[in-house]
Write a protein that binds this ligand. Structure first.
Ligand SMILES: [Zn+2]
Length: 199
């Protein structure tokens, strides 16, 4: 016999789907096409540049950029984002996109012919899908991938990072949703020098 909790749960689920349609899982941010502000050469001068970046970003047909704003041409429309220059402790300020919701962000995500911040696209990070005990596995997988991809690192730095990979955390992530290659690509440079050329 079916336990009553399951019966009630299934009934509620059916009612909810009748009302709102079937539940679609939120997209994973790591799997959406994205534009990181550091991938663009934001001009420091007062000129406006028109560039074709469709090789790097196949979803875009063109870009117009100056130090105050950037316009992306895609899906028969144009979306313009202003830049916010954020002060840093050392050196020149760094730019961030200002999303339509008003928040300054480093990455814009492409979903349903629209570019917006992660919150506006309703995406979640892979780490948010993980349960608390599986999150270290994801971290270790990313670190492992980082050590594979990163070249030209000091030997001592490599050794220091390798100690972070503990045997217990190297178990498999048994989730179909997280099996995608992009989920394991490290997004951090782990405080090392040199470009993250896999990005
Ligand atoms: Zn937003």
């Amino acid at each position: 016999m079916m336990p009553w909790q399951l019966k009630v749960g299934l009934h509620n689920k059916r009612e909810r789907e009748k009302k709102y349609g079937p539940q679609v899982p939120k997209p994973l941010a790591e799997l959406l096409p994205q534009i990181n502000v550091s991938d663009l050469q934001v001009p420091r001068d007062h000129k406006t540049y028109i560039e074709n970046i469709s090789l790097r970003f196949p979803h875009l047909t063109g870009m117009k950029i100056n130090r105050f704003m950037v316009s992306f041409f895609h899906s028969d429309r144009v979306q313009t984002f202003r830049f916010k220059w954020i002060k840093t402790n050392f050196g020149y300020p760094r730019p961030a996109f200002i999303c339509e919701c008003g928040s300054p962000v480093i990455s814009l995500y492409f979903r349903c012919t629209n570019l917006a911040c992660r919150r506006c696209t309703n995406a979640i990070y892979a780490s948010q899908v993980c349960s608390r005990d599986k999150r270290p596995c994801l971290q270790v997988q990313r670190m492992h991938m980082f050590l594979k991809l990163k070249t030209g690192m000091w030997k001592s730095t490599r050794q220091r990072l390798e100690t972070r990979i503990t045997a217990t955390a190297r178990q498999e992530l048994k989730s179909k949703r997280l099996a995608h290659h992009s989920i394991q690509i490290p997004s951090s440079n782990y405080c090392t020098r040199g470009a993250m050329h896999w990005r």
